[in-house]
Design a protein around this ligand. Sequence first.
Ligand code: FO1
Length: 328
Amino acid sequence: MTILALTGGVGGAKLCLGLARVLSPEDVVFVVNTGDDFEHLGFHISPDVDTLTYTLADAANPVAGWGRQGETWHFMEALEELGGETWFRLGDKDLALHVRRREFLAAGQSLTAATAHIAQGLGVRHRILPMSDDPVRTFVHTRDGPLAFQHYFVRDRCAPEVTGFDFHGAASASVNPAIPFEQVTGVVICPSNPFVSVDPVLAVPGMGEGIRRSGAPVVAVSPIVGGAAIKGPTAKMMQELGVPATTVEVAKHYAQRTVGGAPGTVGGAPLVTGFVIDAVDTDAEGEVQALGLATTVAQTVMRSLDDRVDLARVVLDFLGAGAAASGP
Ligand code: FO1
């Protein structure tokens, strides 16, 4: 049994921790969005990879969700004195990770290899795989033009109104060859932002096809509960895109994604076959089922470690029960 978990951001990492607690490193692979990556201060910054790594290492800042707990900020203070850019906060311990990743990359190692070295150094045994070792960069389209993701998310604090997204480099990126699609028996799309954390992962050529070829059921966990995103700008983005910030709309977003049809056509088979709804949104279950998705209801808001583990168990039962039968 091999479970594939597609994740990005802080919300996705929470469920990944639950999955890592119930599945051995042999039974799960975490595939992480790298669309948020950027070059900054001479470092290759890979926020979603690092957020997951710190989370699985129990080293993540429990309040922010990103960066390390127990950080000090002397580097940032000194950089400020010297007139450097400090809008993107790198803690002193986090800086060490960036120095090591830069060394690995400069030595010709892939992002995957660098990530494995760092994860090992932090005692993480589970496999953390960037979606691709080739550069894919999310750009957020706004009325005033495109913004690199971290400029939108951190520098401009998600304030600009979004009109769309694109993932520079996705078309020519190779899917991470270390993803064992042929062994995959179930796929979890974690409760991450569908537009800027999940879509970039699915935009990598070969990702959707690899998942479909595995014949495995694919279940997505709603990142929207009762019309609000637990964390981050998902609800705001949906409103700006003119769709209601509801769990049904997220289900529609996933139900519409097909694989195998000619580019731009609606052909092909649906990629996502099941959807996990929060107990608050039980009244939406019928609408989601009408989209052709199997559903299950759970507590998707994860406050404690037990919540993370409980949701992981619900998702695995949902997959195992074939409730999200892999379809034709
Ligand atoms: N998010 C912020 O809101 N402010 C920051 O200063 C910031 C710094 C940062 C440094 C390293 C890292 O791995 C993540 C960091 N993040 C910061 C979070 C990051 O921008 C987001 O978590 C992802 O890009 C989207 O989820």
